[in-house]
Design a protein around this ligand. Structure first.
Ligand code: PA5
Length: 421
C-alpha cells in the first residue's frame, strides 16, 4: 500500500494529471519498447514456466547440502545484493538458519576478511557457488579462484562436485571454465541484467541452500505481476511511486533515502539502492539513493535530515512480517517513563513512523510511505517486483536506459591498466 499524503505539497494531483501522457509513453516503452529488449526478461519471469530450472536448483542444492554444512556464495553487485537481502529478510534475527550456513564473499577485496573466512572453513565441510554473469568481474574472479584452490587442495578431485557456477546461459569465460572442470552450472538468462536477477538462479539457489521456500518468493512476485497486468497505469502503485520521486527530482531534490524500521529489512534497502543507483544514475542525472535505518539513525542522521540542507526525499518502507509474538512494555517503569507502560512495540513503531514523517515533512522533507505486510518469503517477492517496475519505468521517465551501467567500467579499466603494467 502506497501513501502519498505527506508528499502532496510537492507532488500534486495537478502534477499527476500533467504527467499522464509521459507516464503512458514510458509504460509502453517498458512493456513494448524494443530498444532495450535485452534487459526485459525479468518482466514476465515470475509467471514464466520454470519447472526445469527448479528441478536443477533442487538437485544442485541437495548435492551441495549433502556434502557440506557451509556454502560460500561468491559474487558482487547484482550477483550478490539480492541473495543477501532475501536471506536477511526471511530469517528472523537470532534464529539458527537451519543446518546449512550460507556465507557471502567476493564483494570486496579484503585479504583479512577472506583469510579469516578460509580459516573458519577449516572446521566445516565446504561447498562453493560462484555467481558472475560476465565471468570477468575482478573481485569475484580473484576470490573464486582463491576458494577454488582451497577446495582443490582440501578435497582433491572431489572438489568439482562441491562447486556450482551461475553464469551467462550461453557464453563467457566462467561457463567455459566450469564446463572444463565439470562443475554444476545454472544459467543467468541473456535478457536479465545483474540487478534484476534475484528471482533467477542467482537468488534462488542461495535461497534453496538456506532452506527458504523460493517458490513462495516467486508466488509473491507473480501475484504482483498479475495484479499490475489488470490495472490501468494510473492505478499502478509502482508507477505512482516512480512518478512522485520523478517530480521531486525535477523540483531539485537530490537524494532519496529508503527508510526502514525493521533491522531485517536493512539489506533489502541495500538491494534497492543498487537497483536505483545503477539503473538511473547516469548521464549526469538521477536521485542519489541512500538508506536510513530508524530509530537507529534518528540519533545520528536524524539531525541532518531535520535541520540541514533540504535536498532529501524519504521513502518509508514499513514492513510487517508476522512471525513473532507481540511484545509489550512491562509495568513498573519510573514516573517519567510510565506513559510507555503496556504499549505494544508495534504501536510504538507506528507512533514513531507517524511522528517522524510529520516532523520531517513539516521541515521540508517530502515523505512517501509504503506499507507491506505478510509472510516473509512471498512479501520479499512482492517487494522485488514492485521496485523493479518502479525503477525501470522511472528510468524511462528520465529518458535513460535503466538496464545498462556504463559508469561501472571506468574504475575496472583503470585497475586493469595498473595491474597489467
Ligand atoms: O547490475 C549489474 O549488472 C551489476 O551490478 C553486476 O551484477 C555486477 O557488476 C556483477 O557483474 P557480474 O555478474 O558480471 O560479475
Amino acid at each position: 500500500q502506497l501513501s502519498l499524503d505527506q508528499v502532496r505539497p510537492w507532488f500534486t494531483k495537478d502534477h499527476e494529471n500533467r504527467l499522464q501522457s509521459l507516464a503512458q509513453f514510458a509504460y509502453r516503452q517498458l512493456l513494448d519498447g524494443q530498444v532495450d529488449a535485452f534487459g526485459k526478461g525479468w518482466l514476465s519471469w515470475p509467471v514464466d514456466d520454470h519447472a526445469e530450472l527448479y528441478a536443477d536448483i533442487d538437485k544442485i542444492s541437495d548435492q551441495l547440502t549433502k556434502v557440506s554444512d557451509v556454502t560460500v556464495v561468491i559474487g558482487i553487485g547484482g550477483s550478490y545484493l539480492g541473495a543477501r537481502s532475501v536471506l536477511s529478510m526471511v530469517y528472523p534475527e537470532f534464529v539458527d538458519q537451519g543446518k546449512h550456513q550460507v556465507i557471502f564473499a567476493g564483494q570486496q577485496l579484503s585479504g583479512t576478511y577472506h583469510a579469516h573466512l578460509l580459516k573458519y572453513l577449516d572446521n566445516h565441510e565446504v561447498s562453493l557457488v560462484v555467481v558472475s554473469k560476465s565471468g570477468t568481474t575482478l573481485e569475484p574472479s580473484a576470490i573464486f579462484h582463491t576458494f577454488r584452490a582451497y577446495l582443490e587442495q582440501r578435497y582433491g578431485n572431489e572438489a568439482a562436485s562441491r562447486i556450482c557456477a551461475i553464469t551467462d546461459a550461453q557464453k563467457g569465460t566462467l561457463r567455459q571454465y566450469a564446463l572444463e572442470k565439470g562443475y554444476a552450472t545454472l544459467p543467468i538468462p541473456d535478457d536479465i541484467g545483474g540487478r534484476y536477477s534475484v528471482l533467477s538462479a542467482v537468488g534462488l539457489l542461495p535461497m534453496a541452500l538456506a532452506g527458504i521456500d523460493y517458490r513462495q518468493v516467486m508466488a509473491g512476485a507473480a501475484e504482483v505481476k498479475q495484479r499490475y497486468d489488470n490495472l490501468d497505469v494510473a492505478d499502478n502503485p509502482s508507477v505512482q511511486y516512480a512518478l512522485a520521486r520523478h517530480v521531486l527530482y525535477q523540483q531539485g531534490f537530490a537524494a532519496e533515502a529508503l527508510v526502514t524500521y525493521e533491522p531485517r529489512v536493512a539489506d533489502f534497502a541495500g538491494w534497492w539502492q543498487q537497483l536505483f543507483g545503477e539503473s538511473q544514475g547516469k548521464d549526469g542525472i538521477g536521485l542519489f539513493p541512500t538508506m536510513l535505518q530508524f530509530s537507529t539513525d534518528l540519533h545520528s542522521m536524524g539531525q541532518y535530515v531535520q535541520d540541514a540542507r533540504k535536498m532529501l526525499v524519504e521513502t518509508v518502507l514499513d514492513v510487517e512480517i508476522a512471525d513473532a509474538p507481540e511484545l509489550v512494555v512491562p509495568q513498573g517503569l519510573d514516573e517519567k517513563n510510565a506513559y510507555l507502560e503496556g504499549r505494544t512495540y508495534d504501536s510504538l513503531r507506528e507512533v514513531a513512523i507517524e511522528s517522524v514523517i510529520k516532523a520531517h515533512s513539516d521541515a521540508g522533507v517530502p515523505n512517501i510511505r509504503i506499507n507491506a505486510s505478510g509472510e516473509a518469503a512471498s512479501l520479499y517477492g512482492e517487494l522485488v517486483y514492485f521496485f523493479e517496475i518502479a525503477c525501470a519505468f522511472g528510468g524511462y521517465l528520465l529518458g535513460t536506459n535503466p538496464f545498462d551501467q556504463p559508469g561501472v567500467e571506468a574504475y575496472k579499466t583503470e585497475m586493469k591498466v595498473r595491474l597489467q603494467k
